[in-house]
Design a binder for this molecule. Structure first.
Ligand SMILES: Cc1cc2nc3c(=O)[nH]c(=O)nc-3n(C[C@H](O)[C@H](O)[C@H](O)COP(=O)(O)OP(=O)(O)OC[C@H]3O[C@@H](n4cnc5c(N)ncnc54)[C@H](O)[C@@H]3O)c2cc1C
Length: 322
């Protein structure tokens, strides 16, 4: 392995959590690289408008991510565009295997994020960000006094459905079964909400619209009857899967595959941290992911100092003075 592939901190995933970790790692004078397999910004890169990042009233998601990237790179964070395939402990450090070769790290921060399960129906992909959403907390406010459909029957669907009715005039919760899976307390609240109605035994077969969602096609799976409903938004909550498959059994995960961490974002393995949507109990927001990334980078910095007896900037100063 070439010497220049050795880093203090390797960050896996270039969403908000990874970019924040990169800023703190590099600004803390740790040799830091961020590895991203796709587009820097992660989920937020696909978001037209972010209105709930404190201090910035309105910003395009891609622009926000590019600003974060430039800020981190201005302090020396390096960026590699390749996919991480696996991670393993190697002589007290971490070996990060990618499609573009191996990296060796004193500490690794996992910020690989998550992907929302899709319905897989016509119109869904094309109208994502144009009425199709996987986050009511993020997007419900854009549909004030309009009508929406919420898809799903678990806790997330009901919680987000209840959030949706703070803004929309009416929401129809579409569920493929004849009863909810959500907890009893959430069900009670849902049934008591006058703005929330239910379409049981029903699936969405198509999302229709040109520039924005205009309606959904529905099918009753019990009777076979097909109908259409005019709505401006479709909120989909049929599960989420964190990008943790490449880790195999390396780290403890919850039943949903999210990485279990402590309050410092530390996994039980030395020098391995997880931040943002990839971790258990994440709030799944840009601001919370950024906070997680910062916490993980500070913890990783302390770990490198303690384990390798190396204060931040020591290497840089040694090199500068010869
Ligand atoms: C449509 C949409 C709209 C949203 N709107 C808002 C909003 O308005 N406000 C808000 O606060 N939140 C919003 N969210 C939620 C927010 O985007 C996420 O909570 C946040 O992006 C999570 O950040 P993250 O860094 O943890 O993960 P992600 O953003 O998921 O980024 C993870 C990155 O890791 C990369 N990666 C994964 N596996 C690998 C690998 N093996 N090797 C290399 N790279 C890898 C991925 O390509 C990705 O770029 C929205 C989400 C969606 C989907």
């Amino acid at each position: 392995m070439a010497d220049n592939r050795e880093y203090d901190i390797v960050i896996i995933g270039g969403g908000p959590a990874g970019l924040a970790a990169g800023l703190y790692g590099a600004r803390g004078r740790r040799k830091t690289v961020l590895i991203e397999k796709g587009v820097v910004g992660g989920q937020i890169a696909l978001t037209e408008l972010v209105e709930n990042y404190p201090g910035i009233p309105q910003v395009n998601g891609f622009d926000l991510a590019q600003t974060m990237l430039q800020q981190a790179e201005s302090y020396g964070m390096e960026t590699e565009y390749t996919e991480v395939r696996s991670l393993a402990q190697r002589d007290g450090k971490w070996l990060v295997e990618t499609e573009a070769g191996d990296f060796l790290a004193k500490a690794v921060i996992l910020t690989a994020g998550a992907e929302y399960n899709k319905l897989g129906v016509p119109g869904e992909e094309r109208l994502t960000g144009k009425g199709v959403s996987y986050c009511a907390t993020c997007d419900a406010a854009f549909f004030k006094d309009q009508e929406a459909v919420v898809v799903g029957g678990g806790d997330a669907a009901v919680e987000e459905g209840l959030f949706t009715t703070r803004y929309v005039s009416k929401a129809t919760l579409v569920h493929r079964r004849d009863e909810l899976r959500a907890s009893a307390i959430l069900q009670e609240r849902a049934f008591a909400d006058p703005k929330l109605t239910f379409a049981w035994n029903t699936v969405v077969t198509e999302i229709v619209g040109d520039e924005q969602v205009q309606s959904v096609r529905l099918k009753n799976v019990a009777t076979g009857e097909e109908t259409s409903m005019d709505v401006s938004a479709v909120f989909i909550f049929i599960g989420q899967h964190p990008n943790t498959d490449f880790l195999g059994e390396l780290v403890p995960k919850d039943p949903g595959g999210h990485i279990v961490v402590d309050e410092w974002m530390a996994t039980p393995l030395p020098g391995l941290y997880a931040a943002g949507d990839v971790r258990q109990n994440s709030a799944r927001q840009v601001a919370s992911s950024v906070g997680d990334g910062v916490t993980a980078a500070i913890a990783a910095d302390h770990y490198v100092s303690a384990k390798f007896h190396e204060s931040a900037g020591q290497k840089a100063e040694t090199a500068a003075t010869g």
